[in-house]
Design a protein around this ligand. Structure first.
Ligand code: FAD
Length: 307
């Protein structure tokens, strides 16, 4: 089933994101996490795609395992960086054979250890071209081809110098065949609401799913800022985290982070968000806690409680 069909059937979707672990032991632990989160009956789960090498194969392995061993709908992220057209074609063929129906199409970023990386050898310069490529690629088990999602950036993408143009580029991805947008994480809902409004003004009418990441440790928050995701941390959030001084134990910080994320979700639900996508960092506790705080047992109950 395509994600757009799931979005059409539900007022709000709830989904979880995982990344492929580096070791077999970590893979097994992640599978435990996924099994635990399965109880929450997410609308779909997605698996990120690394910048190169073995991690890319691990995305394929994990996504196929989810498809074969759980009843979850799996979305594979795919980036065009460091890939030729032939390689991308082969990946899509493999997904078609394995029954994977949904792709989140991204440009991706060059590997961190290759500072002077030359993009001119990549099959595509922008995600828009990958979207069109996937849209034209046959997926024999499904005559409608692959379901396609793309990334959106409520606070703006760090590389975009001209903020007036960024929505034009996003619209090109939608015009090329993207059926929904999943956003980068954000901590201030005003950024999301403003983004949603700007999309509307730009004539983008596909569903927009909000990316939520609960802060569960101070180191995690610092790492997030370091990774240049561009995330803005509101003063109220920083003040709340700073009250966990001097120890900043993970227990204290995650209480603050989970409370913050819960309030974000509540506000988004009140504002009829089309979907909430949890960046789980391969752990189930925070997501489970947010569900509990929202007062529901599973996402089906949550979906039907939204009016
Ligand atoms: P694009 O849409 O191509 O945009 C990249 C930049 O180019 C933007 O600044 C945009 O405004 C600009 N631009 C676009 N089109 C044009 C044009 N025609 N002319 C001039 N400028 C243009 N990364 C991974 O490596 N693996 C993942 O699994 C992954 N998953 C992600 C999931 C989500 C939900 C999000 C939000 C991001 C994810 N990323 C992932 C990060 C993403 O790959 C990077 O942020 C990347 O730098 C941009 O990808 P994009 O698909 O948005 O690119």
């Amino acid at each position: 089933m395509h994600i757009i069909d799931i979005l059409d059937q539900h007022q709000t979707t709830f989904s979880f994101e995982f990344f492929p672990p580096k070791t077999t032991k970590a893979s097994e632990e992640l599978f435990q996490t996924i099994s635990q989160l399965q109880e929450l009956q997410p609308s779909f789960v997605s698996v990120t795609y690394g910048a190169g090498g073995t991690t890319r194969d691990r995305t394929h392995e994990l996504i196929v395992r989810i498809q074969n061993e759980t009843n979850l709908t799996a979305v594979s992220h795919l980036t065009s960086v460091c890939h030729t057209r032939d390689e991308l074609r082969a990946i899509l063929d493999r997904y078609a054979v394995s029954g994977i129906e949904n792709i989140l199409a991204l440009r991706g970023d060059p590997p961190r250890d290759q500072s002077g990386y030359d993009r001119s050898n990549d099959a595509f310069q922008y995600a828009e071209e990958l979207v069109r490529f996937i849209a034209s690629h046959p997926n024999p088990p499904n005559p409608r081809g692959f379901g396609i999602g793309v990334a959106g950036f409520p606070e703006g993408h760090p590389c975009t110098p001209n903020r007036l143009h960024e929505l034009d580029y996003l619209k090109r991805k939608v015009d090329g065949g993207a059926q929904y947008i999943c956003t980068q994480l954000f901590f201030d809902n005003r950024d999301f609401f403003d983004f949603r409004e700007r999309c509307e003004m730009a004539g983008i009418s596909v569903p927009i799913i909000a990316g939520i990441m609960p802060i569960t440790s101070r180191q995690g928050m610092v790492r997030m800022a370091d990774l240049a995701l561009g995330a803005r941390f509101p003063a109220r959030l920083i003040r709340a985290i700073e009250r966990c001084a001097p120890d900043y134990t993970n227990e204290q910080v995650s209480k603050v982070g989970i409370h913050w994320a819960t309030e974000q979700c509540r506000d988004l639900l009140d504002a009829h968000v089309r979907g909430i996508h949890f960046y789980t960092l391969n752990k189930s506790d925070a997501t489970r806690q947010i569900y509990q705080n929202l007062g529901v047992k599973d996402s089906i109950a949550l979906r039907s409680s939204v009016t």
